[in-house]
Design a protein around this ligand. Structure first.
Ligand SMILES: *[C@@H]1O[C@H](CO)[C@@H](O)[C@H](O)[C@H]1NC(C)=O
Ligand SMILES: *[C@@H]1O[C@H](CO)[C@@H](O)[C@H](O)[C@H]1NC(C)=O
Ligand SMILES: *[C@@H]1O[C@H](CO)[C@@H](O)[C@H](O)[C@H]1NC(C)=O
Ligand SMILES: *[C@@H]1O[C@H](CO)[C@@H](O)[C@H](O)[C@H]1NC(C)=O
Ligand SMILES: *[C@@H]1O[C@H](CO)[C@@H](O)[C@H](O)[C@H]1NC(C)=O
Length: 716
């Protein structure tokens, strides 16, 4: 269901010279130091791995006081793959606790470090610990480990996780001392088994006063629990929420095979991320950018490699990007047809048109080279024309992430189809990763480390096609550079290029099925939504409703399409369409079916007119079947007016397609029974009135210029 083409949808931003973002101020580290007096975090780390550094950043962020045990000591405690191990941690804890024997009130949190993150601060931790009403609280797990035979000895629990997890516990120093007193094991013995056996001894459990954090109020072990967790976003803060127990855990532990998920989580938590990227949550970061004398210079490479709908919208959005045009250079590779109007405000514009006969790959290399060779060019941003970049802050947001290469996530509307491959299958093709759906649907928000995926993808693609046309440039640029994808903001989507007919004058009109959202944006009046809510609807004559429906562009393109087709009916009674049993009032017109626009027009009526009729005529549900739908042309020297008549319809819509006083004079519509006229039709607005019986009406004479209206008879 997914076919991926490398040439599409890949956006990247690459700083080509030094960093432009000064590291964010770290002054917020010196926050208040309340609460931390009685709390100490003990952890074991023999090496300062990246995981450890992340742990330390998160602890610093929340102002935990941390003592690291075993640094630079050789690790003897086994690894994750072994069934047991970890005894070294108990030994280190036991000896560390000696210095705190007399500290009755000291509360110690013991946690792993390589795969642990804090999600909240000491105040919340202490509150929850005290609420637990035990002197020692261990994290709890769904899985029993390492000895399943012990299950029967575990106390039953009504609700929550039943088994002890040694990756995190918190308790008063004297109680913890008592807990580890008996340790005589080897470094490679199991710490988990040691703590479990104490907990399962009812006497010791009571005397040391140990309980488990069954409902993950403090500790969230991710192993076997990924389904319980969602990310909750509030005021640019992210918290992992346990949905099963409705808790907000304080300590997140990526135990077992959940390291990757923890990595994502590390990226989700902006506070932590911030340290890495030098941008404070990135709203603040945005402000920091404005401190530059001149914003970084960006070269935007634009690639129109195949017929693409809504190109004028594309260039309009480009113009609307919130970034000074004088700091943007454009490089446009248009492989398709005439170059669209792209605006003249940019610093420079270079266009490679179809006549230059340059292949896609060559053009992409050229675009990037232009930036690379220009000492003033700071960033290169590659943008394919089918990407609908709606977020006007995109450039700033991406720069603020301060990564070497980063792409914004964009996907097809309501489809799981994006510029991102969740994983690769063993044969190197697309495979859906477990979290792909979440990422694409933006349930989770993160910066995604893509390096592996993208590099492999390029290699595979080259192998599969043995084509010289694939852009090699990504490979060379990517060597050793991590690529990121961010879905921390909503950026936009990708157009569907399937079924794009190019045989019409205005092909976009036919896109109502393939790209309905973009169609709506281009063609439906901005105030239609208000009309749908019952606002802005006028009633100029009894039972005649009047509301905005089309944009000027829709009106213009429809008229131009009709004139382009050109075969207007003669307007006399011999016209067979008119004689087919309908009212005998022939007009100069072209019907929608003549330009192959019937299905699309029907869809338009169904999507945009039917909801309004249901609103205005309560209890009336139309299927918007239409017998006739056509554009009428009125001219003084052709057919200036229409004699009084009934429409052969349940109701009629009549959309004004051009502007009175500018395009024509006169015109309008008069309802005879009510002696009521609409003499100043508004372009893009439709009249909607009952057809048969009541609304006998006439088309008033057009005295100058040409007037166009789009008429549909709807039945029933
Ligand atoms: C633990 O270490 C001891 C000595 O260091 C060794 O004899 C023993 O085989 C190890 N046990 C395991 C399970 O690796
Ligand atoms: C721990 O001590 C409290 C009273 O201090 C008691 O209510 C609780 O039951 C004890 N818990 C265990 C597991 O012994
Ligand atoms: C990104 O992925 C690469 C390759 O898998 C890895 O070496 C690197 O540590 C990752 N970087 C981060 C920040 O996770
Ligand atoms: C939409 O309605 C608002 C408020 O009535 C008006 O200011 C605006 O001009 C309207 N837009 C168009 C395109 O007519
Ligand atoms: C119709 O209305 C016009 C003014 O709006 C008035 O002059 C005329 O007399 C009316 N005709 C009838 C038949 O009521």
């Amino acid at each position: 269901f997914i076919t991926w083409s490398l040439t599409l949808f890949f956006l990247l931003l690459l700083p080509l010279s030094g960093p432009f973002i000064t590291p964010a101020s770290r002054s917020f580290l010196s926050k208040t130091t309340q609460n931390i007096k009685n709390l100490l975090v003990l952890t074991v780390a023999t090496k300062q791995t990246e995981g450890f550094q992340r742990f330390r950043r998160s602890a610093q962020f929340f102002n935990y006081k941390v003592q690291v045990l075993g640094l630079d000591e050789e690790w003897q405690g086994g690894d994750d793959q072994q069934p047991a191990g970890g005894g070294q941690k108990v030994r280190l804890l036991k000896s560390a606790l000696k210095q705190y024997v007399d500290k009755e009130d000291l509360i110690i949190l013991f946690v792993e470090s390589y795969d642990v993150l804090f999600a909240s601060g000491p105040t919340e931790l202490l509150k929850k610990f005290k609420q637990a009403k035990s002197k020692v609280v261990f994290s709890a797990e769904n899985y029993i480990y390492p000895d399943r035979k012990l299950e029967a000895k575990y106390p039953r629990v009504r609700d929550g996780k039943r088994f002890l997890g040694s990756g995190g516990f918190i308790g008063y120093a004297p109680n913890l001392k008592k807990l580890v007193e008996e340790w005589k094991g080897q470094d490679n013995d199991s710490d988990q088994l040691f703590y479990t056996s104490i907990f399962l001894d009812p006497e010791k459990r009571e005397s040391i006063n140990i309980s488990l954090d069954h409902r993950s109020r403090i500790f969230q072990n991710l192993n076997g629990a990924l389904d319980e967790i969602v990310l909750k976003f509030e005021n640019s803060q992210v918290r992992a929420r346990n949905l099963l127990y409705d808790t907000l855990p304080v300590v997140i532990h990526g135990n077992g095979p959940t390291k990757l998920q923890l990595n994502y989580l590390g990226n989700y938590i902006p506070q932590i991320w911030t340290f890495e990227t030098g941008c404070t949550v990135c709203d603040e970061g945005l402000r920091s950018l404005t401190g530059f004398k001149a914003l970084p210079m960006i070269l935007i490479g634009i690639f129109i490699e195949q017929p693409t709908p809504f190109l004028s919208q594309f260039f309009l959005r480009l113009r609307n990007l919130h970034y000074p045009k004088q700091r943007i250079q454009l490089f446009i590779h248009n492989h398709v047809s005439e170059v669209e109007e792209h605006g003249k405000e940019y610093l420079t514009v270079k266009v490679i048109g179809p006549e230059d006969e340059m292949e896609n790959a060559e053009a992409r290399n050229l675009g990037m080279d232009l930036c690379r060779k220009d000492p003033d060019c700071d960033y290169y941003f590659s943008l394919d024309a089918e990407v609908v970049l709606k977020n006007t802050e995109t450039l700033r947001i991406l720069i603020e992430q301060n990564k070497l290469v980063i792409a914004p996530l964009v996907s097809r509307h309501e489809k799981l189809w994006s510029n991102f491959w969740g994983a690769l299958s063993p044969d190197g093709y697309y495979a859906r990763s477990e979290d792909y759906v979440d990422i694409v649907q933006r349930i989770t928000v993160s910066a995604y480390n893509l390096s592996k995926f993208l590099i492999s993808r390029v290699e595979i693609k080259l192998k599969a096609h043995r084509s010289k046309n694939e852009p090699l440039v990504f490979l060379s640029v990517l060597q050793g550079v991590f690529m990121y994808l961010t879905n921390r903001h909503q950026f936009g989507h990708i157009l569907s290029l399937e079924n794009y007919q190019t045989s019409h004058l205005h092909n976009d009109l036919w896109q109502i099925f393939s790209n309905p959202e973009d169609w709506r944006e281009k063609y439906i009046h901005e105030n239609y939504t208000a009309a749908l809510k019952g606002k802005l609807i006028e009633m100029p004559c009894p039972d005649v409703y009047w509301f905005p429906i089309f944009t000027d562009t829709a009106c213009d393109e429809l008229v131009e399409e009709m004139e382009h087709y050109g075969q207007w009916s003669t307007g006399d009674n011999t016209d067979s369409r008119i004689q087919g049993g309908y009212e005998n009032v022939p007009t100069i017109d072209i019907h929608m079916n003549q330009i192959g626009f019937e299905r699309e027009w029907y869809k338009f009526l169904l999507d945009y007119i039917a909801p309004i009729t249901e609103k205005l005529y309560p209890g009336y549900y139309t299927k918007t079947q239409f017998e006739l739908a056509f554009v009428v042309r009125y001219k003084p020297d052709e057919q200036p007016s229409l004699m009084p008549h009934h429409d052969a319809s349940t109701f009629t819509i009549n959309i004004a397609l051009n502007r009175v006083g500018i395009d024509y004079e006169g015109g309008g519509c008069r309802f005879l029974r009510y002696n009521c006229s609409i003499r100043a039709p508004r372009k893009g607005w439709t009249l909607m009135h009952p057809g048969r019986l009541t609304h006998y009406h006439e088309g008033l004479p057009t005295t100058k210029g040409t007037r166009y209206i789009a008429v549909s008879f709807l039945d029933p």
